[in-house]
Ligand binder design. Structure first.
Ligand code: TZP
Ligand code: MG
Length: 208
């Protein structure tokens, strides 16, 4: 399956939005999202599984692809389109064995060395960041900045590159200028629940 990344990549967060994952997905899709990651760092699987199931069904009913942060077991149980893995999660090759050739597998990187090691792995994109300071991820790695992002964009070959961390309406154009194919966002898109739909629509209209 050919995988094309939309310019804006929303990631759900129930603490920041104050909304269930399924409600965030509904609002994001109404605003034009085509690819969404469900990310739940606090609730145990049993607590948010039903909500995730509603979110995945809503996405699939509207032909939107949806992947799960961290958990291959959840991605499989939910019939999600794939998974996003961090450096300390299941190795991408193992996740690929579990999820199959068609799954979308994303992989987080924070240094040039990690990017170099990621090239050749069975993944569909790399995420690089945090580009700017972020309050969303408590244990975030050191800020990498636009200069390193640009270096990654020259190094990564054909691998789609997602910039993440502190991206908002004012700096999103800078990450595209530095070579990112897509900008992942949490806080800017979700912190004001009534702005979710207009914000993503506006961003997608400007950066398609
Ligand atoms: N990984 C690196 S930074 C980050 C994650 C999950 C948080 C991104 O959130 P925000 O609110 O867009 O800075
Ligand atoms: Mg992870």
């Amino acid at each position: 399956m050919k995988f094309t990344l939309p310019a804006i990549y929303p990631i759900t967060d129930s603490q920041i939005s104050g909304l269930t994952h399924s409600e965030q997905v509904n609002r994001l899709i109404s605003g034009g999202a085509e690819f969404i990651q469900l990310r739940e760092k606090r609730a145990p699987a049993g607590e948010w599984f039903t909500d995730a199931q509603v979110a995945v069904r809503a996405a699939h009913a509207r032909r939107v692809r949806i992947i799960i942060n961290d958990r291959a077991d959840l991605a499989m149980a939910l019939g999600a389109d794939g998974i996003h893995l961090g450096q300390d999660d299941l190795p991408p090759a193992e996740a690929r064995k579990l999820l199959g050739d068609d799954a979308i597998i994303g992989f987080s990187t924070h240094t040039l060395e990690q990017v170099q090691s990621a090239i050749g792995l069975p993944i569909n994109y790399i995420a690089f960041g945090p580009i700017f300071r972020t309050r969303t991820k408590g244990d975030a790695d050191e800020t990498v900045g636009l200069g390193l992002l640009e270096q990654v964009s020259r190094l990564k070959g054909d691998l789609p590159l997602i910039a993440i961390g502190g991206i908002n309406g004012d700096n999103v154009a800078d990450v595209f200028a530095a070579g990112a194919d897509s900008a992942a966002m949490i806080g800017y898109l979700l912190s004001d629940p009534i702005s979710i739909e207009p914000r993503i629509r506006q961003l997608l209209d400007s950066h398609r």
